[in-house]
Structures are given as C-alpha cells and as structure tokens.
Design a protein. Structure first.
Lengths: 139, 139
C-alpha cells in the first residue's frame, strides 16, 4: 500500500496516518497472539516509520500514541457498557457481543504490550522516476 | 508472518461489519468516545483528526486521498475543514454506498468523490494527489 501511495503522491506531497502495530522483536507466539487480539495484519517486517522509508518517503514525524489509543478503547467500552441495553435492542445480541468482544480484545492486546499505535507523517522524497523533488518544505 | 485466524479481518468480515445498520445508540457511543459519529471502524478521535489536518497542511486547492476510508472518515472531515477536494477509497460495498450517499449531497458538488479501490493499485496517474491520509486501515 505504501509503495502505491508513494507513486500517486505529488512531489512535496505529504502522507499522514495512524497505524496499529506490534513491538519489535516479538516471538512467534506473541505475534500470533497480537494478530488474534488486534487487526489480523498487525504484524509487519518493520516498524511503521521504517516501512514508510522503505517505500521512498522521508519521515518527518513518528510519534507513539498508544496511551491515547488505550484511552479511546477504554472510552468506547465504557460508553458501550453504559448504553448496553439500548445497543442490544437496536443492534441485536449477536452484533452487540461481537463488537464488545472486538474492543475488549484490542484493549487486552494494548495492556499486554502487544499492540501499539503510532502517528507517522512523511514527505514524498522522490519523483516516481527516482529523481529528488525540487525542494522539500520545512516541517 | 503469522497467519490470521480464519476469516478475521478479511473482506467478508469488513462487509459484514459495514452491513450492520448503525443504530442511534451506536452513534451516541461514537460521539461520547471519539467526538464524532461518522461510523468509523477504527480509533481516530476528532482531536486526532485535527492533528492529521495540521500535519498535512491542506489548502483549498489540494486533492486529498483517503485510503481505507470506509464511510468517509477522516478524509471528508479534513477536506471540509480545509475547503479542498477528497477522494475516498475503500473496498467494502456497503461502506462505499454510504460514502456515496454522503458525497451526493456534498457542497461544493464534486469535492467529495468515492472510489472502489484497495491500497495495492489506485486508478490514478503518478503524482496525482497532494496529500494522503489513512487511519487504522485493517482495524
């Protein structure tokens, strides 16, 4: 996905996004556990910023936002619990339980240190033909 | 890389999640926990969307590509704030349908466009977009 983003982004264009990922150096069992608790594709060969660099981007911001991620997960679970009766009636029992379980697993993964979230911002560092752009704005 | 549990986070599961009609209670949960009720499947709060907006430095003439946008969050919000155009991309049909409904009533007309495409191949020429946003793709 990042290489394709690099292709379609204009010279000096910016890419910014939040990425859920796993810590470096996890063993096989922890990687499997992370994929069970979080997004199935959460395991990658390198941290998000390194993947962006490999795709040709110049990373300008790489910020850990796991604490906010945890707070958001907790807030979603708390709000769903507070409105549980209404949600069960409107969504149905199966959807309610599935959604609650998904959020609870995510929080479990965060608390276990298996799921992290980062904000990564990067610049288009070269033209599609490999030449550098005319100039890069300061960030 | 570890394999995902069967059926977890594949296209079918995303289709199923987006096909659930969003209840009034679910919208309330989103407003309480995330500060918005755009119907996202991820964890990006309104405050974090503002951070993305600052990082991307969008201008009125920008074309923003939102990758894995689902129903249009956060790209449509960022574009609205900046007065720029947004191209919202994803794969689940139900999410695209809802995004197209939003886009149909968008002002100015044509500033919010929806495209069925995954991140591996955008039907765009090289350098076509000025900025790219993504948030919790695969969450």
């Amino acid at each position: 996905m990042l290489r394709e983003c690099h292709r379609v982004l204009s010279p000096q264009g910016r890419i910014a996004g939040y990425v859920v990922h796993t810590p470096d150096g996890l063993g096989r069992s922890d990687r499997l556990r992370a994929a069970e608790l979080g997004p199935a594709q959460v395991n990658a060969d390198a941290p998000p910023a390194e993947l962006a660099r490999r795709a040709g981007f110049a990373v300008t911001l790489d910020r850990d936002v796991t604490a906010e991620f945890r707070a958001t997960c907790e807030a979603l679970l708390r709000a769903r619990d507070e409105l549980a009766g209404q949600l069960r009636r409107e969504e149905g029992e199966e959807v309610f339980e599935e959604e609650r379980s998904r959020k609870a697993r995510m929080l479990e993964g965060i608390e276990a240190g298996l799921l992290l979230r980062r904000l990564v911002v990067a610049l288009q560092a070269q033209l599609p033909d490999g030449r550098p752009p005319p100039a890069l704005p300061e960030v | 890389m570890p394999q995902a549990p069967d059926g977890k986070d594949d296209l079918g599961s995303f289709e199923a999640r987006y096909s659930v009609r969003r209840s009034r209670a679910a919208r309330t949960v989103e407003r309480i926990a995330l500060g918005q009720d755009a119907g996202l499947q991820g964890y990006t709060t309104l405050e974090q969307a503002h951070t993305l907006s600052q990082c991307l430095e969008l201008g009125a003439g920008s074309l923003l590509l939102d990758v894995g946008a689902g129903r249009g969050w956060p790209g449509a919000h960022l574009a609205r704030a900046a007065g720029c155009r947004v191209l919202s991309t994803d794969v689940p049909q139900e999410a695209l349908r809802e995004a197209r409904e939003r886009a149909a009533g968008w002002e100015p007309s044509g500033y919010f466009q929806v495209l069925a495409a995954d991140g591996r191949a955008f039907p765009l020429r090289a350098g076509a977009v000025d900025a790219i946003v993504h948030a919790d793709v695969f969450c």
